[in-house]
Write a protein that binds this ligand. Structure first.
Ligand code: PSV
Ligand code: MN
Ligand code: MN
Length: 406
């Protein structure tokens, strides 16, 4: 792609009244956290396929994550999952991340893989199991102090498979009790990002099934609790961008787990099935970023963007690079929306004009823009190509099969 392509793009956007300086600086500020579990072996309930070259421990997961950051410049932090990423010395893990130019990001407590949790963790009818689950949440707060992490992504598999199996109202209150105890243990910079999911593994009811329930707990707890929107956790047809706009307006949108789905929690590469949805999510975020209310604008700056995927048939590092680039591409497109034009058409009640003003931005080819910012940042013009041309993919094959898995 030539500089001519960028010159043409620049001219086009200037004519549309787009401030490219601002677009570029926003693009350069974009950070997308990658998940440690996206580098390990993962699968479905049918099979976890073992790949050659998968990291054998949390240290190697960070090494792979560093490769993604090196070629994209977008991923300076890595979320960890406890106990999948349990180590003896979290200070050492943190130093390892720092040497690699990374930071340990969100801590994800795991309250779904222990035999004791079959009928629930924090909502289990047995007080001893509830205690054990709360202790794990508190242990994660201690780990976060050692890794210098501020965010917790809290997803609970708790729910029931049959009517009558559990007392839904009692479980609702046990959930709040557990969250309250964890909230009290937070330091002032920490945030609880409460995730919801419509169903799976529980199929009759899930204790935090949708954004309204997550929002309820967040407001009961206080300002350090917010909602985490995992794009794969909705029932088909849900308008995710509406949820995003609503939560931002309430200053309770803490972050995202990005992935793509067609049917349910498919955990596929973000932007692969529905890139327009991702673009429209960013449209809502950028709309809030211009709000007259400074508190809403500041809340937008604090949104955590995380990938939450399990690559089970595709090679892990390139799959992660693909995801991150898909997010960057849709964000770049959304930055080309002329909000004044949308608003003007909407205020004239020009339905088609308003829709056109939004969609137009999606239809631009942003490749020249992305290439230009990568050049300015000293990054490879084509991150995927650069990774594939590196020796790293071949080197890690020495690790053999049987790497870390969930
Ligand atoms: C659950 O489906 C989820 O999306 C939660 O975020 C977990 O922490 C993650 O997957 C990994 O199991
Ligand atoms: Mn998730
Ligand atoms: Mn999920």
């Amino acid at each position: 792609m030539s500089d001519k392509a960028y010159a043409l793009f620049e001219e086009q956007q200037q004519q549309r009244g787009i401030d490219l300086k601002q677009v570029k600086s926003r693009l350069k500020a974009l950070n997308i956290e990658t998940p440690s579990w996206g580098y390990g072996d993962s699968g479905t309930r049918f099979k976890v396929f073992q790949k050659t070259g998968v990291p054998r421990d949390p240290y190697e997961k960070l090494e792979d994550a560093a490769q993604v950051h090196a070629v994209t410049g977008l991923c300076p932090s890595v979320a960890i999952h406890i106990p999948w990423d349990k180590v003896d010395d979290y200070g050492k893990l943190r130093s390892h991340a720092e040497i690699l130019g990374l930071k340990i990001g969100a801590i994800n407590p795991n309250l779904f893989q222990d035999e004791d949790y079959m009928l629930g963790s924090v909502t289990n009818v047995d007080p001893a199991i509830r205690r054990k689950a709360i202790n794990h949440l508190l242990e994660c707060v201690d780990i976060a102090k050692e890794t210098d992490s501020n965010d917790f992504s809290l997803w609970f598999a708790d729910g029931t498979n049959y009517p009558g199996q559990g007392d839904i109202r009692k479980r609702k209150n046990w959930m709040l009790e557990a969250l309250r105890e964890m909230y009290k243990a937070l330091t002032p910079d920490m945030r609880m990002l409460i995730e919801y999911k419509a169903f799976e593994p529980a199929f009759y009811h899930t204790d935090i099934a949708d954004w309204g329930m997550a929002y309820h707990y967040a407001t009961k707890l206080g300002p350090q609790a917010q909602v985490l929107v995992d794009t794969g956790h909705h029932l088909p047809g849900a308008n995710v961008e509406h949820i995003v706009a609503f939560l931002m307006d309430e200053q309770r949108l803490g972050g995202f787990h990005f992935n793509s789905y067609k049917y349910a929690d498919d955990d596929l590469i973000v932007g692969s099935a529905n890139p327009y949805e991702l673009f429209l999510i960013f449209y809502q975020i950028l709309n809030a970023a211009q709000d007259v209310d400074a508190d809403i604008r500041h809340a937008v700056d604090k949104i955590a963007y995380l990938i939450d995927q399990s690559h089970n048939i595709e090679p892990k590092i390139p799959a992660m690079i693909r995801s991150v680039l898909n997010v960057q591409t849709q964000y770049a497109k959304a930055l080309l929306i002329n909000h004044a034009e949308v608003e003007e058409a909407a205020s004239r009640q020009d339905v088609l004009g308003a829709e056109d003003a939004v969609r137009q931005a999606f239809e631009f080819d942003v490749a020249p823009l992305l290439k230009a910012i990568r050049e300015e940042q000293g990054l490879p013009a084509d991150p995927m190509k650069a990774y594939l041309a590196s020796e790293y993919g071949a080197q890690i094959l020495q690790r053999g099969k049987g790497g870390a898995s969930w």
